[in-house]
Design a protein around this ligand. Structure first.
Ligand SMILES: Nc1ncnc2c1ncn2[C@@H]1O[C@H](COP(=O)(O)OP(=O)(O)OP(=O)(O)O)[C@@H](O)[C@H]1O
Length: 472
């Protein structure tokens, strides 16, 4: 544009050039007044598209649960609304864009050309001698030459004007693209600033030794703003290898929160200190919800190891087989067609099988400490017991989060979180092996009696019915 303007100014003279700049100014004002907020529109479009895609992903992931609840039409309704919101927005952008592009084309193609022709005409109309033209020194007396000069000036100016309009159009397109880029950048900026405002993962105070210990630690939900919610106050405990801990308490009292602090996902609140053995062999957590990785059957057991790490570890497939046997999953390789079978394991394996696979991972990695967060709730008691005994025989110290009293027998310490709103807790020894056996027997007896409760209730009802019939 600068080049074309400077070329044109040679033809137009000072007044013409000034008027050309007035034209630029007026055009810029008009276009600025009619330019929609393309940046904001692009940011909203990106957000709506994100919501829609997240909804699609959620339905894909949770399809079975949705089907069990017969929630298909409800989900379709939610997705349909998200889709309509997106489409409505995209359509409104198209309408705005069409109106804007028409205006822009009209202004740049027609207004600029009209203004340009008027400007070219000014010297012709206003100059008395009419000796305009970029070629000077031509013999003015020769009329033919004058006509030729004017024609040449007109044609070159016209070309310059067309090129100028073209350059102006490109500039406006670039401006529009820049606005859209700014919108997307704003969205990315929001995401990144959200990530940056997250508190960094806690730096472990000590990742040495073979002991897990919490010393005067407050466990609470981290808050980016405001005061964090403290679930357990002033918690102190120390676990050496072989000292198995069971954490219990009602739902939502903060059992998993303690596991998160132990695993280093949440920082300990207050002035407390967390110590645990470092490295991969340190604390391994098996979460409440089973996770199946994309990949082969073998990948499920060795996760988060890669195949290369598995080979490097020197472990054989026979050893993997015995790991699966310890988790009561020995039938899987033959049933599924071998170690390298790829399937959607999340859907293929049952709830209990997925939980047992979680335990197989513990046996494979053999960490010093394993936090088992209600990860055997869908496994039958006998297999659960076998897996606990096997983990202990591998030298793994267990930190179990559970509401099942029957699991107490595998532990030496019991942490009970009160959930009284004050963050109270108690830590007690579960007892000697003999005492634990006694407790086991008592638990089994109670569990057996509990299993009979339904039958007794049924009998009471029958008797009541018979009595009321006799009285009548
Ligand atoms: N990421 C989070 N953001 C906000 N609140 C959370 C978060 N995680 C947990 N909480 C809250 O902290 C409390 C304790 O949660 P936690 O998962 O530790 O409970 P829990 O004792 O393991 O329960 P359950 O036995 O049901 O598994 C709950 O009230 C929960 O809503």
């Amino acid at each position: 544009m600068f080049l074309f303007t400077s070329q044109l100014s040679r033809t137009l003279g000072v007044r013409g050039t000034l008027l050309l700049f007035v034209n630029y100014y007026v055009t810029a004002r008009i276009l600025r007044a009619v330019t929609p907020a393309f940046g904001r529109l692009a940011a909203v479009e990106a957000r709506l598209e994100g919501e829609y895609r997240a909804g699609m992903g959620r339905v894909g992931r949770e399809s079975e649960e949705v089907a069990f609840y017969n929630g298909g039409s409800r989900e379709r309704d939610i997705l349909w609304r998200a889709y309509l919101r997106l489409i409505k927005h995209i359509n409104s952008i198209y309408k705005i864009r069409i109106a804007y592009e028409w205006t822009e084309d009209y202004v740049i193609k027609y207004l600029w050309s009209a203004a340009g022709y008027a400007l070219i005409a000014i010297p012709v109309l206003l100059t008395r001698k009419r000796n305009i033209g970029i070629q000077t020194g031509v013999d003015e007396k020769k009329t033919d030459n004058q006509v030729a000069n004017r024609t040449e000036t007109y044609i070159s100016s016209r070309r310059l004007l067309l090129s100028l309009a073209d350059a102006g159009g490109r500039l406006m397109y670039a401006y529009k693209d820049l606005l859209e880029l700014a919108g997307l950048t704003t969205r990315l900026y929001t995401l990144l600033s959200g990530l940056h405002s997250l508190k960094p993962l806690p730096v472990p105070q000590g990742e040495t030794g073979d002991t897990v210990s919490l010393s005067r630690v407050d466990v609470g939900v981290p808050a980016n703003v405001g005061v964090p919610l403290v679930l357990v106050r002033d918690l102190s405990l120390s676990l050496r290898p072989g000292e198995h801990l069971m954490i219990t308490g009602s739902n939502g009292v903060g059992k998993t929160a303690v596991a998160r602090v132990l695993a280093g996902l949440w920082a300990a609140q207050g002035q407390g200190k967390v110590r645990r053995p470092g490295g991969r062999k340190g604390v391994f957590v098996v979460p409440q919800r089973s996770y199946m990785v994309v990949g082969t059957l073998l990948d499920q057991i060795i996760y988060p190891h890669t195949y290369a790490q598995f080979v490097e570890s020197g472990m054989t497939e026979d050893e993997l087989m015995s790991i699966l046997a310890a988790a009561n999953l020995a039938y899987l390789p033959s049933r599924e067609g071998g170690w390298s079978t790829r399937k959607e394991w999340r859907d293929v394996l049952s709830g209990g099988e997925k939980q047992r696979m979680g335990m197989a991972r513990v046996f494979y990695h053999r960490p010093s400490f394993a936090v088992l967060d209600e990860c055997t709730s869908a496994v039958s008691s006998d297999v659960e017991g076998q897996m606990y005994e096997h983990a202990k025989s591998l030298g793994i110290t267990l930190i179990t989060i559970s509401l099942r009293p029957s699991l107490m027998r595998y532990h030496t310490q019991l942490l009970t979180i009160a959930g009284d709103g004050k963050g109270s807790w108690t830590l007690s020894q579960v007892g000697t092996a003999e005492e634990r056996m006694g407790m086991d027997r008592e638990i089994l007896a109670i569990e057996e009696k509990l299993a009979e409760v339904d039958g007794w209730e049924k009998r009471v009802k029958e008797l009541t019915k018979e009595l009321s019939a006799e009285e009548a």
